[in-house]
Design a protein around this ligand. Structure first.
Ligand code: 5AD
Ligand code: SF4
Length: 450
């Protein structure tokens, strides 16, 4: 018997892994009759896929639940039902506390429980009160996801290969919310990548909180690193581009650097956060390397792949950060030269060691440092984009642009590129001559009619 048609609305906060996870939740729900809707108003099930990395993430979730509660009540008055689920890292961190504070929530489950969503829903529907589950081992999820269908959309897709982190940087909640590092076996990843390729995907971004620590089973009793995985994935017909994010400097192995030099499908763009340029702060952050170690690594990577573009993450106002420490961060940015960078004010996360450190930096100081840092990074990014004018870049055409007859694609350096062309060209890679540069994108044209 066909299940009754129902609608699910998933609101995603935070990182790309949450985007991937939201898609997996929709996949798991499809056999139960759930199709996707883009507004909560007509949804039978609303899932908030939450993020806990910074700021008042939990508070944002509670106010969103407040809005949804009104919808839920209105639906009940019409004799209908709307379920509210909280998933993701806030769910993992807060657990039972969520249903205590927000009794309108029906389901709470963490990142390792998505594959169990049908069972959790069934428990709820059989009359149980709020269902709270935050205790699944990561391996179970990976095992079950193997049979999941894929919501095949677009020519660029994410694929989670590794999850969790054992590094315990003192500011970060990830080791607590996503758990210990776990890698998916090679065969699972290959099967998923082949399905993506068959659906028209041309570019895959491999995801993991510590993606270059990947060490999945190769099926023959051994483990395989990210370099090996990248090599195998690039042999899949149809897969033209590979990326990976986010990397840790300590796991940038020789063979991975060599892959950048030798594998043309591995895009010349590397997100390699350093967080701070001060050795004192790096030590207090438990990063396990110095600023000089990072610079030596960048040199080595650039020797292997001279045209590689670097991207990074920075935290300003970590406890105890002085003006001098901050100046060292500006210096490492000048020395590296970033094509793009993400920067954040330090935000104390409950339960992490840095939250209890004695000398917290005043908010006004954090604001001023963030502004100064972003000014420098924006100048670097603008300079990087301007250099593209006059060059010819391979552009993977991804989707229609704003104007009719226009398409948007991506350069190897993740820059959006606007060109003219019809939708039949989506999925092709064209050699675009770059003629213009906007604040965050490029424009160009290509010669041959493809
Ligand atoms: N405060 C500010 N930024 C943080 N990040 C992680 N935890 C915190 C925090 N407590 C930033 C780091 C990381 C990125 C994903 O988020 O820069 O690389
Ligand atoms: Fe968090 Fe990344 Fe450090 Fe792991 S390596 S603790 S995910 S910042």
């Amino acid at each position: 018997m066909e299940p009754a048609p129902r609608k699910v609305f998933v609101k995603t906060y935070g990182c790309q892994m949450n985007v991937y996870d939201s898609a997996r939740m929709r996949d798991v729900l499809a056999p139960l009759g759930y199709s996707e809707t883009t507004t909560p108003e007509d949804a039978d099930l609303v899932i908030l896929n939450t993020c806990h990395i910074r700021e008042k993430a939990a508070e944002k979730v509670y106010s969103e639940i407040g809005r949804l509660r009104r919808l839920k009540r209105a639906r009940a008055e019409q004799g209908g039902e709307m379920l509210i689920a909280v998933a993701g890292c806030v769910a993992q961190a807060e657990g039972e506390e969520i249903v205590r504070r927000a009794p309108s929530v029906d389901l709470v489950f963490g990142p390792q429980g998505y594959h169990r969503l049908p069972q959790l829903l069934a428990r709820k529907k059989s009359g149980e009160g709020p269902v709270v589950e935050t205790e699944f081992p990561a391996e179970d999820k990976f095992e079950t996801l193997r049979t999941g269908q894929l919501a095949g959309k677009g020519v660029a897709a994410f694929l989670t290969v590794q999850e969790g982190c054992d590094k315990f940087c003192t500011f970060c909640v990830v080791p607590y919310t996503r758990g210990a590092e776990a890698s998916r076996p090679r065969e699972q990843i290959m099967a998923e990548a082949r399905r993506l390729a068959a659906q028209g995907v041309r570019e895959i971004t491999l995801l993991g909180q510590n993606v270059n620590a990947y060490h999945g089973s190769d099926g023959g009793g051994r483990t395989m690193g990210l370099a090996g995985l990248v090599a195998e994935l690039s042999s899949i017909p149809g897969i033209e581009r590979l990326r990976y994010t986010t990397s840790h400097p300590r796991d940038m192995t020789e063979d991975l650097i060599a892959a950048h030099a030798g594998n043309p499908k591995l895009m010349p763009y590397l997100h390699l956060p350093v967080q701070s340029g001060s050795d004192t702060i790096l030590k207090a952050m438990n990063r396990g390397h110095t600023a000089a170690d990072y610079m030596r690594l960048i040199d080595k990577i650039r020797r292997a792949k001279p045209d590689i573009a670097m991207s990074g993450d920075f935290i300003v106002g970590f406890p105890g950060e002085t003006e001098k420490d901050f100046e060292s961060t500006l210096q490492i940015i000048r020395d590296t030269g970033y094509a793009s960078a993400f920067s954040f004010k330090y935000s104390p996360r409950p339960g992490t060691p840095a939250a209890d450190m004695a000398v917290q930096v005043p908010e006004a100081e954090k604001d001023a440092r963030l502004q100064a840092l972003q000014k420098l990074v924006t100048a670097q990014q603008t300079a990087f984009n301007r250099q593209m004018v006059g060059r010819t870049l391979p552009v993977l055409l991804e989707k229609p642009g704003r104007d009719p007859g226009q398409l948007v694609g991506k350069s190897p350096y993740l820059q959006p590129v606007h060109v003219s062309g019809g939708p039949h060209l989506i999925g092709m890679i064209v050699d675009a001559h770059i003629t213009g540069v906007g604040s965050n994108s490029l424009s160009g044209h290509y010669d041959q009619a493809v």
